[in-house]
Write a protein that binds this ligand. Structure first.
Ligand SMILES: Cc1ncc(C[n+]2csc(CCOP(=O)(O)OP(=O)(O)O)c2C)c(N)n1
Ligand code: SF4
Length: 290
């Protein structure tokens, strides 16, 4: 049985003391350990941002890609490595601003990867600008009169775009978050987990007290397969609700549809083939990238 410690490397996170992202890292490690996933069967792919540094702190495969581009990279990893477990990570800026085009298409495409977004309603790495999730009135150096834009209702957007697993959690609630990540990774298709993860340095307005006072859990007996109820609940709670909000197990994943059409996961050969180019071909290739 795997343990969470197995996914630790010797790199010390440089997040600020108290940053919510520590809790998300711990929850992902707990979840993959509970699922008994070997480090060589795990890939953590991220974009750019404080949150996106997370991949570097895992002993596993990974890539710290470019801003807003983790999803296309991760979907490629999954399609070329059918037996790899792929967790994609980033912040709300990475996912819902520069990366939103990819995010919408990932919602509808349904490739079997798990997307964990660390939502702190701010750009942390670049020292505190508004994100698409910032509250109206949020004052930053670039919005001195407060943000005039309403925050993106991301869970509604995900469901409306065809996402088949939409969950939300708070990093303080470790047991719930671990359980949702496990469920997401076991879901056949794209799983999206939006995690409230406070930025203690650049967002004093949405800190630990704010989430403690405003978040509610889904009610007992809530049925995540009921799409209309999911929209109603998100509306009633202004999106400040945690739990498995929506799940559709009837839609085939992208891979299931692809393999049904083309007769199997042929892409696997790409990564399992041993490629041995001649020395001069390899040198010419390297030269191209100098
Ligand atoms: C193409 C490009 N544009 C802008 C940036 C600058 N940039 C780096 S991270 C970031 C936003 C980070 O915010 P978020 O994704 O919410 O993560 P956080 O730091 O809050 O965890 C921005 C705008 C960049 N690195 N690349
Ligand atoms: S700036 Fe904010 S998001 Fe970045 S490490 Fe510090 S607390 Fe975390």
């Amino acid at each position: 049985m795997a343990t969470a410690n197995q996914y630790r490397n010797d790199i010390r996170p440089n997040w600020c003391p108290g940053c919510g992202h520590y809790g998300v890292q711990a929850a992902i490690a707990d979840a993959v350990a509970a699922l008994d996933i070997a480090p060589e069967k795990l890939a953590v792919i991220s974009g750019i941002g404080c949150s996106s540094r997370i991949g570097g702190y895992f002993y596993a495969y990974g890539a710290h890609t470019t801003h807003g581009r983790a999803l296309p990279y991760a979907q490629g990893v999954k399609l070329a490595n059918e037996d790899m477990n792929v967790v994609v990570c980033g912040g709300d800026g990475d996912a819902f601003a520069i990366g939103m085009g990819h995010t919408i298409h990932a919602f509808k495409r349904n490739v079997n990867v798990t997307y964990v977004v660390m939502d702190n309603h701010v750009y942390g790495l670049t020292k505190g600008q508004t994100s698409p999730r910032s509250d109206v009135g949020f004052v930053t150096k670039t919005s001195p009169h407060g943000s005039f834009e309403s925050p993106l209702p991301i869970c509604e957007t995900a469901i409306a775009s065809g996402a088949t697993f939409v969950a939300q959690s708070y990093m303080v609630n470790r047991a719930q978050l671990v359980d949702l990540i496990k469920q997401g990774m076991q879901h056949e298709g794209f799983s999206f987990i939006n995690v409230f993860s406070p930025c203690v340095t650049y967002n004093k307005q949405n800190g630990y007290d704010y989430f403690k006072d405003n978040l509610v859990n889904l009610p007992e007996g809530y049925d995540p397969t009921n799409r209309a109820q999911a929209f109603a609940t998100l509306g009633e709670t202004n999106g400040l609700v945690t739990g498995l909000i929506y799940q559709d197990t009837t839609k085939p994943s992208f891979e299931q549809a692809l393999y049904a059409a083309n007769g199997g996961p042929h892409a696997r050969a790409l990564v399992h083939d041993v490629v041995k180019p001649d020395a001069d071909v390899f040198a010419a290739l390297c030269n191209e990238f100098k």
